[in-house]
Ligand binder design. Structure first.
Ligand code: PLP
Length: 388
């Protein structure tokens, strides 16, 4: 069958592929320790589930406005005003089928052939693929452990050309777990304003911060950068609502109108009763978020101690999200060879850095229980030792 050319340009998601392989091994009765999924292992908090059940009972099971339930758009705008000091109102918000869909919609509304989108690497797997699907050109800017995998203002300035349309910023980061400090954000914001480009800030991990790390939403740095900012976020990570598929985009009204037009002809509204769960998430107590964060914080310390004690690998201490990004360059294996070997020899699933444009790294998610962390890291240590 002849497929559209755009399909050939897109690489299948390696993270989903490895997760699927680990799950298939588990189904076959193999004792796999998996660190592959970017998904909290907690159940969705009860009050959120109850709100969706009530919505179903009340008949909130029909088509709704393409841009989202008005009450949810209000609640999101209120959250952005109070948590992030961003002056958005309901008309600046569109509710999407997860953070992934919000970014996809954005690329469709904004990017076309000839447009360049700057993506600091290591990056979340879907960014370049979405840019390519929209016909644009991803401009990858590599970062190093020395700068904690963060793009510097000079690097950004040097990557900008007359074709640059957008910068994708992701803090806290998947895959590195790094968080830009408020000063670093302000410096990046200045380059965005000076060059009159747009920035989309993917803030899906903003609630998962450790060791006193602070999240400054780039749009709060100045009115000039706010006018050039788009926020992408969602409920998956902070509220353990991965399967609900609720995310959102916040942006100038003109852009939200464009994205709504696209969404109106592609998916229409997000599942109506799932949106009522999201309303409960925002309007209810935030204790559940903090409880999950504290559990992640404990696991983070445990996993970092175990990696520290492992000769042959290194890791910059992450202070956000739920990932550790480990440098394996001393072992002389590509990240795919490493991950294949680890899964076959020790039944431990991790993600090869090549998926994030960092072939000398692997990514572990510590959104898993402490027993898996202890057993899995013991096996990882055995594997690493055998390759030294
Ligand atoms: N952005 C980043 C950096 C992510 O890691 C993810 C999920 O893994 C998403 C966006 C999309 O999340 P969702 O579509 O589940 O809301």
């Amino acid at each position: 069958m002849k497929l559209a050319g755009r399909v050939g340009q897109v690489t299948p998601s390696l993270t989903l592929a490895i997760d699927a392989k680990a799950k298939a091994m588990k189904r076959d009765g193999i004792d796999v320790c998996s660190f592959s999924a970017g998904e909290p292992d907690f159940d969705t908090p009860n009050h959120i589930k109850l709100a969706a059940q009530t919505a179903i009972a009340q008949g909130k099971t029909r088509y709704g406005p393409a841009a989202g339930e008005p009450r949810l758009r209000d609640a999101i705008a209120h959250k952005l005003q109070t948590d992030n000091r961003l002056n958005y109102h309901a008309e600046n918000i569109i509710v999407t089928n997860g953070g992934k869909h919000s970014l996809y919609n954005l690329m469709m509304a904004l990017i076309e052939a000839g447009d360049e989108v700057i993506i600091p690497a290591p990056f979340w797997v879907s960014y370049p693929e979405m840019v390519k699907l929209a016909g644009g050109t991803p401009v990858i800017v590599p970062t190093t452990a020395e700068s904690q995998y963060k793009i510097t203002p000079d690097q950004l300035q040097n990557a900008i050309t007359p074709q640059t349309r957008l910068l994708i910023l992701n803090s806290p980061s998947n895959p590195t777990g790094m968080v830009y400090t408020p000063d670093e954000i302000r410096a990046i914001a200045q380059v965005v304003v000076d060059n009159d480009i747009l920035v989309v800030s993917d803030e899906i991990y903003e609630k998962l911060l450790y060791d006193g790390a602070e999240h400054l939403s780039i749009g709060a740095a100045s009115q000039e950068v706010f006018d050039r900012t788009i926020i992408s976020s969602g409920f998956a990570k902070a509220y353990s609502m991965t399967g609900w598929r609720v995310g959102y985009l916040a942006a100038p009204i003109e852009l939200i109108t464009a994205v709504t037009k696209i969404q109106g002809h592609s998916t229409s509204n997000v599942c109506t009763f799932a949106q009522y769960g999201a309303i409960a998430a925002l309007e209810g107590s935030q204790d559940c978020v903090e409880q999950m964060r504290l559990a992640f914080a404990e696991r983070r310390l445990a996993i970092l101690d175990l990696i520290d004690a492992m000769p042959g690998v290194t890791c910059v201490k992450p202070n956000g999200a739920f990932y550790v990004f480990i440098n394996i360059s001393k072992l002389g294996l590509s990240s795919l060879e490493f991950c294949d070997g680890l899964l076959n020899e020790q039944q431990v699933a991790v993600i090869p850095g090549i998926a994030f444009a960092a072939d000398d790294h692997i990514r572990l998610s510590y959104a898993t229980d402490m027993t898996t962390i202890e057993r899995g890291l013991e096996r990882l240590a055995t594997f690493v030792k055998s390759k030294l």
